[in-house]
Write a protein that binds this ligand. Structure first.
Ligand code: URA
Length: 240
């Protein structure tokens, strides 16, 4: 049975951020099994928690890895009715993707109902490494590779240093690159390459926060292992 501090349980149930939840506890607005909760109090799944007299229903926390296929949007619901990354995942808890991949980007996407984990991983300060393999138009010169490594001036500011290597120059009319970035700006890899005149033809995310796709096939999903969750929590600077 999962045990955790009451403010974390509240944050996981989506009541408030951990800090705000801790304040609710300190203000005496939270009860556990009918008694006013103390800051730092440990709770279990079976405990009845209320905030301002209202019962909080904690969901079991789940984090999945999806190998995202093409043509699928990275949102919980799409006004245009296109398929989403949540189609095919269990719908007994309210899940959402950690960050986004473009509709035509494939590969590793994490999907969770752990608000705290998602928030921290997406925060720019956590600098989570994300690795992409990109097939770009044309032959990429070593000057261009250096430029990608050092930072590219985009319309929303310069990019942070990136790890970049050429994987393959044999593809007709194109070059495969491996690019690792620690930011998560909109269409960042595509814009970095396009700024140098190399349109991205295919983009695959192969790693996120130290986790890789392993044997997960395109379109498949699986729950993260506890070792993977621990690695992510460390990456996000969370003590668990
Ligand atoms: N960079 C992009 O350009 N697209 C993605 O989907 C992810 C990173």
């Amino acid at each position: 049975m999962a045990e955790m501090r009451v403010h974390r349980a509240l944050a996981q149930a989506g009541v408030a951020s951990r800090r705000a939840a801790e304040k609710l506890v300190a203000e005496g607005r939270v009860t556990v099994n009918g008694d006013v909760a103390m800051v730092g109090q440990v709770v279990r799944d079976a405990d009845v928690i209320t905030v301002d007299g209202r019962r909080v229903h904690a969901e079991p926390i789940r984090t999945y890895m999806l190998n995202k296929p093409m043509g699928v949007v990275s949102t919980a619901s799409d006004p245009e009715g296109r398929p989403t990354v949540l189609d095919g995942l269990p719908d007994d808890v309210r899940l959402y993707p950690i960050g986004r991949l473009d509709i035509d980007t494939t590969g590793l996407l994490l999907i969770t109902n752990d608000g705290d984990l998602a928030h921290r991983l997406m925060h720019p300060r956590s600098k989570v490494p994300k690795t992409y393999e990109a097939l770009v138009d044309g032959r990429v010169s070593s000057t261009a590779v250096r430029a990608l490594r050092n930072g590219i001036e985009l319309d929303d500011g310069p990019t942070q240093p990136a790890r970049v290597e050429v994987l393959d120059r044999q593809t007709p009319g194109g070059t495969w690159l491996r690019i690792e970035i620690t930011e998560g700006r909109n269409r960042q890899v595509r814009r970095m390459c396009e700024a140098l005149g190399h349109r991205v033809r295919r983009l695959v995310r192969t790693r996120y926060g130290g986790l890789g796709l392993g044997r997960l096939q395109r379109g498949e999903h699986r729950l993260l292992t506890s070792a993977e969750l621990a690695r992510l929590a460390a990456q996000a600077g969370m003590a668990r």
